[in-house]
Write a protein of this length. Structure first.
Length: 356
């Protein structure tokens, strides 16, 4: 962190909740640290950020977030190594994507120093909350929403930017069984699929619940036109290994530019794994499953890093994936997490040290 250029006010909590937390048995994203960062956009400018005790926020019923859904967020993690040094993974990519989402939703962009200095200051205030149990990390949720009032269908004039911290264990455990979606769509051309806005995720809940009722854990999203092109896996980017080639779809209006996705493509290149970034059809995947060339499928995202898929369902038939020795999914997860926890040299320049 560069010398601070911001006057970040810090109001400490009267007492800490940390003694009530079992850090050896952390769920994902359900326990929150003592403090949060809050910053308001008013009169066309961002006010000074503040760190305050974690707690409720007050909004008027007419706040536009409730009526027109102007909200965006990011997902990040902080890690501690054996020396208690705090690390982030490609945080400036998160900041850049946050502002891409803000622009798409007609919201004000957050300056980099507000995002980065605010986050680092918050992590230092609550550094004792960063878990060190294997597989755990501090999940970080920066988000922004319309706090300005009015029933007129137009962008708000006031916004609130918040960062909350949640010490968390693993997002998924084990492999998942997924259903290829043939009716519902996650996003469409010209839409907001590439933005991390709340409505994208709310729209997924109903189809995912229907899939769960059929015995699947997640949905493979297909294109909105004829449901033939594979696009994402739940809230994650998707990779498919056919033979020795790792395939993922290109980013677009419909597909999120995932930071883990980009990292996997670079790791694959460094390990001489053939990759293809192209449209991948359901027919191609089913054919590969039938002829034995489908080796792996996995989701990729910040929360789980890599989530292997054990089977997929399509048109009332299930297709099991083989158990692969030395699979690409395991390689990608180990390479990324070793960098994140400062266990190996970071030849990619992804690791970011938080100044304490």
């Amino acid at each position: 962190m560069n010398p601070s250029t911001l006057d970040i006010q810090i109001k400490k909590a009267k007492s800490s909740k940390i003694g009530q937390v079992d850090f050896n048995n952390l769920a994902f994203g359900s326990i929150f640290s003592d403090h949060m960062l809050v910053c308001d956009f008013k009169n066309g400018a961002w006010e000074a950020p503040k760190i305050v005790p974690y707690g409720p926020i007050s909004l008027q019923p007419s706040a536009k977030i409730f009526h027109y859904g102007q909200s965006i967020f990011e997902g990040m993690k902080a890690y501690k190594d054996e020396e208690d040094t705090i690390w982030l993974f490609r945080p400036k990519d998160n900041h850049a994507r946050f502002n891409i989402s803000a622009s798409r939703m007609a919201m004000p962009e957050i300056p980099e120093d507000y995002f980065m200095e605010g986050l680092e200051t918050l992590l230092n205030v609550d550094k004792q909350w960063i878990p060190t149990t294997d597989g755990s990390a501090m999940y970080i949720r920066p988000f922004m929403f319309a706090s300005g009032e009015g029933f007129h269908a137009s962008p708000a004039d006031e916004y609130k930017f918040i960062i909350c911290l949640a010490p968390s264990g693993a997002y998924f455990s084990g492999k998942v069984k997924v259903l290829i979606e043939q009716k519902y769509s996650r996003s469409a051309n010209g839409g907001v699929g590439y933005a991390k806005t709340g409505g994208n995720y709310a729209g997924q809940f109903h189809p995912t619940q229907l899939a769960k009722e059929k015995g699947y854990q997640q949905v493979i999203w297909t294109d909105d036109h004829n449901h033939e092109n594979i696009e994402e896996a739940g809230a994650m980017n998707i990779f498919v290994r056919i033979g020795d080639t790792l395939i993922t779809g290109p980013t677009s209006d419909r597909i999120l530019d995932g930071i883990t996705r980009k990292s996997i493509l670079q790791i694959a290149e460094a390990n001489n794994i053939k990759t293809e970034v192209r449209t991948l059809t359901v027919t191609e995947v089913v054919t590969a499953a039938n002829n034995g060339t489908l080796k792996e499928m996995f989701g990729a995202g910040t929360a789980a890093v890599v989530s292997p898929i054990s089977a997929f369902g399509y048109k009332d038939q299930d297709y099991e994936l083989p158990v692969v020795k030395d699979g690409y999914a395991d390689l990608m997860k180990k390479t990324i997490t070793d960098i994140q926890y400062n266990r190996v040299e970071d030849s990619y320049g992804w690791r970011y040290r938080v100044t304490q």
